[in-house]
Write a protein that binds this ligand. Structure first.
Ligand code: F3S
Length: 754
């Protein structure tokens, strides 16, 4: 699984000099996050970047992908024409395993059901030099923390909780598959320079409080949107007192406040963790660079001067929290839960307690939870709720089995699921969930939106530390406060749970038999990537055709979208997820959620060739079959939501040539450009009203397509009249080349073809 020590050496060799240059340029001390950012610019900065305003090109050190998102990322990468990925990359098979009866059987079933997807991911990885973590090896973020994360590094990953690696001092950011593809192909990665939120931690956690409670508290303060566009940097004596994996938990859930990422400066806890996970050489390198792997002293002494926002939390006083239901920012201190549950009518009987996931399955987490499970037999208690564990990696699972923890959990009736996402991503075949009964569960995961864990909209899910989850599962009661309340044991005696205790790292060291890693071939040139042409889940991509070199004439209006149109409206999720690796099949969801301006219906548009109304994808396929291009017209902030590239690839695949809107969400606009589409905005927003249902549209000016120069659209109406309108665009010279080539990947491919 060899992390790339040479890569780390290279990053560190240039780190100090790059940081010094940035300090000089900005003329002030730097936060830790700024140091890592400025150390990863693709070209040296010539002026200070304005936070929250300037777009900046970065060169990340690594890419990580999970199996659901890796499919399209790798299908695109195969188009780039490279022999090998440009930066170290890994694939992790963790999202497609349904938790049902227990690890062994669940894994067997997943291996059979998703065999072709796994085989594809394994062979592409083998061919292009990508490390492959098999199903059952572990959850992407835990495996990354154990093997690849390093202080001062920068990583992108195709999963929003990539941010977990901030626990080991990384700037790690979740992205869409197209971004991952670009970085693997050697292109720069663009990000708006984030704003900075400082969280100063004073005091020290004690008793029942855990690192999870810090982020639960922060979520309550910032709410689900409060971190948007920001990096959260934790510091202070309290930060240094936390374990590295505890820091990982805190950074992981930074995604729940919308933060771009979260991070901690390098400290001894990270050095200990690196050494415990077989990376003493990385720890030695980081130790030698330690003075630069933290903020300049002035920053932490006067944080209000250097952060855009500052939060202070005293860990001495921090109480365990329960966040939920239905949103991770509804924070309730455990002492207030009785009141809150009564006031809101939350069901108080806990049906299931679930620990583990990428968020909370460290050795420390499990050892503290097991210290409570042990008390069940010691105090002659009976566990009232069901209890499940999803270990984050095979290394953790093997080690906790060796140390007898799984046996202790077994005694309280626990089920151990596969080392995978499972219930955290709704891959939980929970018995009875289909009855949709109102019920409460508590878990140590990160998200608790309605239906997320078991598909039941009436499951009230509360997020807590593994310790609190275990205590509440034992009590079977959401309002149980283990700090003050007693339980009645099997002898009718009132007993109190002792506060949890545990080990930050295994005293006997980590152990693992088969970590589940498959190294790529040293020379993958002869490796064949096999995709069954009849597959319903995977489809190799064909390069999109280049621009024909003329103006686009005779485009039919496919749909004039009314109102909100997110990436979910353009490319729905849910049942369509299984087609994420099959562009033609997933294209059957193109714009089916968008409202047609002319009849207020979804998925019902006029086919101009027949005059009949029908579904959007079928209508567009009819235009494609007739060799006629089309245009989509939209409203404000078109394409907001996720960064999923399918929302741009589907229209491109089906022959839409341009998307003309009042305004775009930025990432979707870029995705359209990357795929060789024309992303245009009305120069005069009122012109939206001029678009009629039977319009045929010409786009004029493409032979002189240039940055800042508007294009002209001629609207030919059904009554024989026509009128001209102006369309703006934001293409720079490079992006115009993408358009001409038929997509960014076609350009990359040409480069590598020599
Ligand atoms: Fe998986 Fe849940 Fe983490 S889905 S990656 S365990 S957030």
């Amino acid at each position: 699984m060899a992390f790339d020590i040479d890569l780390i050496k290279k990053t560190y060799a240039e780190f100090e000099q790059k940081v010094n240059a940035a300090r000089q340029l900005l003329g002030r001390p730097l936060t830790y996050a700024e140091k890592v950012l400025y150390a990863h610019l693709t070209t040296p900065a010539t002026r200070p970047f304005e936070r929250g305003v300037d777009y900046v090109d970065f060169a990340p050190d690594r890419v990580a992908m999970q199996d659901a998102t890796a499919q399209m990322a790798l299908l695109q990468f195969m188009q780039a024409g490279r022999d090998k990925v440009a930066v170290p990359s890994t694939v992790h098979c963790d999202h497609l395993i349904m938790a049902q009866t227990g690890a062994e059987e669940d894994l067997k079933r997943a291996n059979a059901e998703s065999k072709e997807v796994y085989d594809f991911l394994a062979s592409v990885s083998n061919k292009y030099g990508i490390g492959f973590w098999k199903p059952g090896a572990g959850i992407i973020h835990q495996v990354v923390l154990e093997n690849y994360a390093f202080p001062g590094g920068m990583m992108i990953g195709t999963d929003s909780h990539t941010v977990n690696a901030g626990g080991l001092g990384m700037i790690a950011i979740g992205v869409g598959g197209a971004d991952a593809c670009d970085v693997m192909a050697g292109l720069p990665w663009e990000l708006k320079m984030p704003k900075l939120i400082g969280v100063k931690l004073t005091g020290k956690l004690n008793g029942w409080a855990a690192p999870k409670d810090i982020i639960l508290k922060v979520a309550g303060i910032l709410t689900v949107k409060g971190g948007t566009g920001c990096i959260i940097e934790y510091f202070g004596e309290g930060a240094q007192s936390l374990s590295c994996t505890g820091k990982g938990t805190i950074c992981n859930m930074g995604a729940e406040v919308g933060a771009t990422t979260s991070t901690f400066a390098y400290d001894e806890s990270m050095s200990r963790y690196l050494r415990a996970t077989n990376r003493a050489d990385v720890a030695d390198l980081a130790d030698a660079l330690a003075e630069h792997l933290t903020a300049d002293p002035e920053v932490y002494a006067n944080p209000e001067k250097y952060f855009d926002q500052l939060i202070e939390i005293n860990l001495d006083e921090l109480e365990p929290h329960l966040n939920g239901p239905f949103t991770p920012d509804l924070a309730t201190p455990i002492s207030k839960m009785k009141e809150a549950a009564a006031a809101n009518g939350w069901p108080t009987k806990v049906e299931v307690g679930l620990i583990g996931s990428c968020t909370n399955s460290s050795y420390e987490d499990i050892s503290r939870a097991v210290s409570l499970a042990k008390q069940v037999s010691e105090k002659n208690l009976k566990t009232k709720a069901e209890f499940t564990i999803t270990p984050g990696s095979e290394q953790v699972r093997y080690t906790i089995e060796r140390d007898g923890f799984l046996e202790t959990f077994d005694k309280i009736g626990a089920t151990v699921f596969a080392n995978a996402c499972g219930p955290c991503i709704g891959m939980w075949n929970r018995v009875g969930a289909e009855k949709k009964e109102k019920n409460t569960i508590v878990h140590s995961f990160n998200r608790n939106f309605a239906k997320r864990a078991d598909g039941n909209p009436n499951t009230y899910a509360f997020v807590a530390s593994p310790e609190i989850v275990t205590a509440l599962a034992i009590a079977g009661d959401l309002t149980f406060n283990p700090m003050t309340d007693t339980l009645v044991n099997e002898d009718g005696v009132e007993v109190k749970l002792d506060p949890p205790t545990g080990d930050e790292l295994p005293v006997k060291g980590f152990a693992v038999d088969d970590p589940g890693y498959q190294a790529p071939a040293a020379d993958g040139s002869s490796v064949q990537v096999i995709v069954d042409p009849n597959s319903q889940r995977l489809q190799l991509l064909e390069p999109f055709p280049a621009w024909e070199g003329t103006d686009l004439k005779g485009l039919k209006l496919l749909i004039k979208v009314k109102g909100k149109c997110t990436t979910d409206h353009i490319s729905m999720a849910g049942p369509w997820l299984k087609y994420r690796g099959h562009l033609d099949n997933i294209s059957n969801n193109l714009l089916i959620g968008a409202v047609n301006y002319f009849n207020d219906k979804t998925d019902n548009v006029k086919n101009q060739l027949t005059g009949e109304y029908g579904p959007v994808p079928a209508t567009q396929r009819a235009y494609k079959a007739a060799g006629i291009g089309s245009i989509v017209v939209g409203d404000e902030n078109y394409g907001e939501g996720s960064s999923r590239e399918h929302a741009a690839m589907e229209p491109r695949h089906l022959g839409v040539r341009a998307v003309l809107v009042k305004s775009f969400a930025r990432i979707h606009e870029t995705n359209l450009k990357k795929q060789g589409m024309l992303a245009l905005t009305f120069a005069n927003k009122d012109d939206y009203e001029k678009i009629q249902e039977d319009d045929t549209i010409d786009i004029i000016g493409l032979t002189e397509f240039a940055p800042g120069k508007p294009l002209t659209l001629v609207l030919h109406h059904a009554d024989g009249t026509s009128e001209e309108i102006l369309a703006n665009h934001s293409y720079n010279a490079q992006q115009i080349e993408w358009f001409k080539a038929g997509g960014a990947l076609n350009i990359i491919r040409k480069q590598f073809a020599g």
